[in-house]
Design a protein around this ligand. Structure first.
Ligand code: MLT
Length: 201
């Protein structure tokens, strides 16, 4: 997958897996990584799917309606890519924390829904429920931050609550931070995520 890797200054800090929103690139969330964990190695990946020339991590049929077969295929593709990158760059596969926004948060959510060992933790900015009807793996000891919007037109407050409930049901320790800025990733939300990150890892 197209990506960039930055080695960081602390090889023991969690490796940040950055996952951009629709139409983004692997460069978009680098400032977020600096705020969350400035000393961390960073693996920032570009989604392999194009929607009208906009990169994404999986296909969708319409806004908020996902192509589930493609989502499952792309989730495994990303899972395998992280393992491959850990060998290429020499980081520990079990020390990866995702930070994603919107479509990137959704593929991170799908990694959590499919694999117990994909992520050590996750920062999900404006995620949706990636899939329904799945038995989730055991996510005990996986800390997850969800940045949600009370007035997010893409991910409703009810869906944010449903996602929280599903992840908690799998044993994850979930912190939800609410904002009233629609689907936007605001600086106050990022600041709260950074505070959470420092306490969690
Ligand atoms: C998605 O397709 O993942 C969600 O609708 C969020 C978005 O990318 O707009």
């Amino acid at each position: 997958m197209k990506h960039l890797f930055q080695p960081g200054t602390d090889t023991n800090a969690p490796v940040l897996l950055l996952l951009h929103g629709t139409g983004g690139t692997e460069h978009d969330l680098l400032p977020l990584a600096q705020l969350l964990s400035p000393s961390s190695p960073v693996l920032s990946v570009r989604g392999n799917v194009l929607e009208k020339r906009m990169p994404r991590f999986f296909r969708r049929l319409a806004e908020g309606i996902f192509d589930e077969e493609d989502l499952k295929f792309r989730t495994k593709e990303l899972y395998d890519f992280i393992a491959e990158a850990s060998e290429t760059y020499g980081f520990s596969r079990d020390n990866v924390v995702a930070a994603g926004y919107s479509n990137g948060a959704n593929i991170a959510g799908s990694l959590l829904f499919h694999y117990a060992d994909a992520l050590r933790g996750a920062v999900l900015h404006h995620p949706m429920v990636p899939l329904r009807g799945l038995a989730l793996p055991d996510l005990t000891n996986v800390p997850i931050f969800i940045g949600a919007g009370t007035n997010d037109p893409i991910c409703s407050a009810i869906e944010s609550e449903e996602l929280t409930y599903l992840l908690q049901g799998a044993g994850a320790s979930v912190t939800v931070h609410w904002e009233g800025n629609g689907h936007r990733l605001s600086s106050s939300e990022v600041q709260r995520a950074a505070e959470w990150f420092k306490a969690a890892f």
